[in-house]
Design a protein around this ligand. Structure first.
Ligand SMILES: [Fe+2]
Ligand SMILES: [Fe+2]
Length: 157
């Protein structure tokens, strides 16, 4: 892959990672649940690490990391409802799942397109962590949906 095309790819990941970092950080601040707060904080740290590693790759290739990312996290975090209710949390986790899925899909694509073993190693490492995030959000969303259902059942009976 030509360096110019690679830089476009890497800048896309940088954008995605920065936004995921901002999104989870914001959600962490808004959440009232201690466990969810801790997990989101941990995830935000991991996304920040991903962004850092991608940034390094960009500079190594002689590129400049574009900071166009700022804002999406804030926008998604504020328009989708707050983390103070179970339903709000489920909705936010849906957005997180979409972003994680997108990252997984694109990391897989770039791994195929690059011949650099070093870069592939980095991409795999990020991809596996996105996979773990995705699993956690998916599982947690189901748990919360069950809780919502049982609350409805209690109020109905
Ligand atoms: Fe990430
Ligand atoms: Fe992630």
């Amino acid at each position: 892959m030509k360096p110019k095309k690679m830089l476009i790819w890497l800048n896309w990941f940088y954008f995605l990672e920065i936004n995921q970092y901002e999104l989870y950080k914001r959600q962490q601040q808004e959440s009232k649940d201690d466990y969810i707060k801790k997990v989101l904080d941990k995830f935000a740290t991991i996304e920040k690490e991903h962004a850092k590693k991608i940034k390094k790759e960009i500079t190594n290739l002689g590129g400049t990391p574009t900071k166009m990312g700022n804002g999406l996290g804030r926008l998604l975090g504020s328009t989708a409802g707050s983390l103070t209710s179970l339903t709000g949390t489920v909705n936010l986790f849906r957005i997180n799942l979409t972003l994680e899925r997108r990252a997984i899909k694109d990391y897989r694509r770039l791994i195929k397109y690059t011949d650099s073993k070093k870069l592939q190693k980095l991409l795999w490492s990020n991809l596996i962590e996105e996979d773990l995030h995705h699993s956690w959000f998916a599982h947690q969303k189901e748990e919360l949906q069950d809780q919502i259902k049982s609350q409805h059942n209690i109020t109905e009976s």
